[in-house]
Design a protein around this ligand. Structure first.
Ligand SMILES: [Mg+2]
Length: 106
């Protein structure tokens, strides 16, 4: 069964709330998100870019790194009491309106 964005945010929060300090400070969460984005970049660069893996280096799958980044993003949203459902809806309104004629259609 697929989960909604709200359900995913709640699942992360239910897990986090078992800890004395459920979420890192905002700056630490930003650093974590940046780290995870860097890991996504490394995988994509090794897949499509000019940079090869180091000898003996094992890279996680892109899916796993995107999952890490998503988790970090959800932690930031939860700590800041931001609904990602609402954020997504607002983003899509921009895509449908502001960017409606921005890209070449098929
Ligand atoms: Mg990672």
């Amino acid at each position: 069964m697929e989960k909604t964005i709200s359900e995913i945010q709640k699942e992360v929060d239910d897990w986090a709330q078992q800890f004395e300090k459920p979420y890192f400070s905002p700056l630490s969460m930003l650093a974590t998100m940046t780290e995870e984005l860097g890991e996504v970049s490394r995988v994509v660069n090794c897949m499509y870019g000019d940079k090869n893996k180091k000898n003996g280096e094992s890279l996680k799958a892109l899916e796993e790194e995107l999952g890490d980044l998503l988790f970090a993003l959800i932690c930031m949203a939860n700590d800041q009491e931001i609904s990602l459902d609402s954020a997504f809806t607002k983003k899509m309104e921009k895509v449908y309106q502001r960017d409606n004629n921005r890209f070449v259609r098929k």
